[in-house]
Design a protein around this ligand. Structure first.
Ligand SMILES: Cc1cc2nc3c(=O)[nH]c(=O)nc-3n(C[C@H](O)[C@H](O)[C@H](O)COP(=O)(O)OP(=O)(O)OC[C@H]3O[C@@H](n4cnc5c(N)ncnc54)[C@H](O)[C@@H]3O)c2cc1C
Length: 389
């Protein structure tokens, strides 16, 4: 019977990055992903790297380390992550006070600059000048999340890591000791198992009687094929409602209801924005819903119409582009910080999930995790530990 040093469950960006960092530290690692091609949050992500957005010593450090990693990852992984930097435009609605909105960004490591409507439209000619009172702008990183994930996975294999396409149905062991995982057809043993299954991490841990304050949104977007329209920037609202939704959905009175099978703690939100990838395709979004059932039914036609109407107000040229509605689940935590490290009173089980804006953090945090796994003390991980329940 083979016993791996580490099993990594989930091959999205979190699992792929962590598996790679563990493998290059010399651990024997098995990465288990249920789908042969990605279908989770990483597949539909905008790919934005918000390296300007650190507000505390910890998040500023992680942002600075994260952007440094992104700048060299294409070379290190021998792949093209399509890393680039572009302008982010944060739109301010006509009902909002631009100075007040700008003040909310003053604490960021690189505070975005306030633009008049004319200045914003010069940077992003597709903006509707009548729909905004002003905008903020800052340089923003961008990668193709699927390419970065593939790059990590391929580099992981080259470092001796093994990948199995198989669905983990349960963790092996009891609530106090986890010794690997079971799939429908096989049992895999490991000294340590780390859950990187995004939104599905909660269910896997719950089935093993490991409670965790990890939640998920149902996120909806429209993806277009490569198209002639030229969006110069990433466009998002300055007042991102998703963060409010995440905070409200995890207050104590809602928290205990997350184990109910069919519950919607707070109404859905829509943050109107768009990004164009280097191949010319666009992702336009996004609606976020908190429905406790991972497979809850969503009215796709109604959602698509709402998305098109909301984005059409800000970026009229995008409203009627050909494109397809998609839906996926995105994990988040109760305090916008990821949950990374050992789990309460459980030997052999670890978590690396719950990132609200993971793409800037994951590359450096995966490195921190691997160093810590190799025995080094790590101040960063101590601050992100999921132990405090
Ligand atoms: C529309 C949209 C826009 C976004 N924009 C940004 C952005 O600009 N910047 C940013 O930083 N973040 C953004 N995000 C968030 C970010 O993309 C996600 O949080 C991130 O990709 C999540 O990665 P993950 O590895 O945790 O999850 P996932 O990508 O969902 O990966 C989890 C993997 O685990 C696998 N899995 C689950 N259960 C099992 C099981 N039982 N057995 C085996 N495998 C299993 C799944 O198949 C999946 O591949 C966006 C997300 C969306 C949807």
């Amino acid at each position: 019977m083979k016993t791996y040093d580490w099993i990594v469950v989930g091959g999205g960006i979190t699992g792929a990055a962590l598996a790679y960092e563990l493998a290059i530290k010399g651990f024997s690692v098995l990465l288990l992903e249920q789908h042969a091609s990605l279908q989770g949050a990483t597949r539909y992500s905008y790919g934005g790297i918000a390296y300007w957005s650190g507000t505390t010593e910890l998040t500023r450090q992680l942002c600075a380390e994260g952007i440094e990693r992104h700048r060299i990852l294409s070379e290190e992984l021998d792949t093209d992550t399509q890393f680039r930097e572009l302008d982010l435009i944060l739109t301010i609605g006509t009902d909002d006070d631009p100075e007040k909105v700008a003040a909310n960004y003053a604490e960021f490591a690189i505070p975005p600059r306030l633009l008049s409507v004319a200045e914003a439209c010069e940077i992003e000619p597709l903006l509707n000048p009548d729909a905004i009172a002003a905008a903020l702008t800052v340089r923003h990183g961008h990668i193709e999340p699927e390419k970065l994930t593939q790059g990590y996975t391929q580099a992981f294999r080259r470092a001796g890591g093994e990948v199995q396409i198989d669905r983990v149905v349960e963790l092996l062991g009891t609530g106090s000791k986890i010794q690997g995982v079971k799939t429908a057809t096989a049992t895999y043993h490991a000294a340590k198992t780390v859950i990187c299954a995004g939104a599905m991490s909660r269910q896997l841990l719950k089935a093993a009687e490991i409670p965790i304050r990890l939640y998920f949104t149902h996120t909806e977007l429209i993806e277009t094929p490569p198209i002639d329209v030229q969006l110069q920037t990433t466009v998002m609202p300055a007042e991102i409602k998703r963060f409010q939704l995440e905070a409200q959905a995890t207050i104590p009175e809602h928290d205990r209801l997350w184990d109910e099978p069919d519950y919607e703690p707070v109404p859905p939100i829509l943050d109107a924005g768009a990004i164009q990838f280097q191949d010319g395709s666009l992702r336009i979004g996004q609606i976020s819903r908190v429905l406790t059932a991972p497979n809850a039914k969503i009215d796709a036609a109604q959602s698509e119409a709402n998305l098109r109407a909301a984005v059409g107000k800000i970026l009229p040229a995008l409203e009627n582009l050909p494109g397809k509605w998609h839906h996926c689940l995105v994990a988040f935590s109760s305090d916008r910080l990821p949950l990374v490290g050992a789990l309460n009173n459980v030997d052999g089980a670890y978590l690396f999930s719950g990132f609200s804006n993971p793409l800037v953090f994951v590359p450096s945090l995966a490195k921190h995790f691997a160093s810590w796994a190799a025995g080094q003390e790590d101040e960063v991980l101590t601050q992100l530990s999921p132990l405090q329940l």
